[in-house]
Design a protein. Structure first.
Length: 228
């Protein structure tokens, strides 16, 4: 059974979500603030974090920053603020998905399942992929550039895996949008650009003249085929 950690200071919402998710086969633990959430996460056994932005003390963005520096566990952020800038900030800090309040629990469940599926998808297992100086091992979920390890979020890893598996060919933005937001949430297109921007930075790719992840205008992205 996979375990979800809910970090939210609204006990009624946490109770409602816990009951709903447990009835659908997920284990759930709660934390009323960021400090308690980080303590619980560090104890281990957490497969996904649901993180509210509006928390007492350190807000969700601060907690996301700390959490992402320590772990690659998937993060879905919740907020009462639907501002697109907040969404971009959350994604830039390493969140895997973003859902504004109020929301339908069924939509949250769909996103949880999509993120968990990407995180542990059998499709991510298989042969080692190499191109443009990158080595990606799906079974170990390990990425190296020039022999040096690179830490990626779940979504960044999956996007890079698809790009490497299609090295030398353009991957349509629609395909990457599915990885970034799931097939039903493709409308938020800028999330793809944010994730690709993060990938370029982590891979040491110059965003002005990228050599690893190239933009094919109006179509998508590609990693050139070539020796690792």
């Amino acid at each position: 059974m996979q375990t979800v950690l809910i970090i939210d200071d609204d006990p009624s919402l946490t109770s409602l979500l816990s009951e709903y998710l447990r009835a659908r086969g997920l284990a759930v633990v709660g934390a009323p603030d960021g400090a308690a959430g980080l303590t619980r996460l560090r104890a281990g056994g957490i497969d996904l974090v649901i993180l509210d932005v509006m928390l007492p003390g350190q807000d969700g963005f601060d907690i996301c920053r700390v959490l992402r520096a320590e772990s690659t566990v998937p993060i879905i952020m919740l907020t009462a603020r639907g501002d697109e800038l907040d969404r971009i900030v959350g994604l830039e800090l390493g969140a895997d998905d973003y859902l504004p309040k109020p929301f339908n629990p069924r939509e949250l469940l769909a996103r949880i399942r999509a993120v968990l599926r990407r995180h542990g998808s059998p499709a991510a297992e298989g042969e080692v992929l190499q191109a443009s100086g990158i080595r990606l091992d799906p079974e170990r979920r390990e990425v190296r550039v020039g022999g040096e390890p690179v830490e990626l979020t779940t979504t960044e890893f999956e996007i890079l895996r698809v790009l490497l598996a299609s090295a030398g060919r353009v991957v349509p933005r629609e395909r990457l949008m599915e990885l970034a937001r799931g097939p039903d949430w493709a409308a938020f297109e800028r999330s793809v650009d944010v994730h690709v921007s993060h990938l370029r930075r982590k891979l040491g790719d110059d965003p002005r003249t990228p050599r690893i992840i190239k933009t094919v205008r109006s179509i998508g992205y590609m990693v050139p085929a070539g020796p690792a």
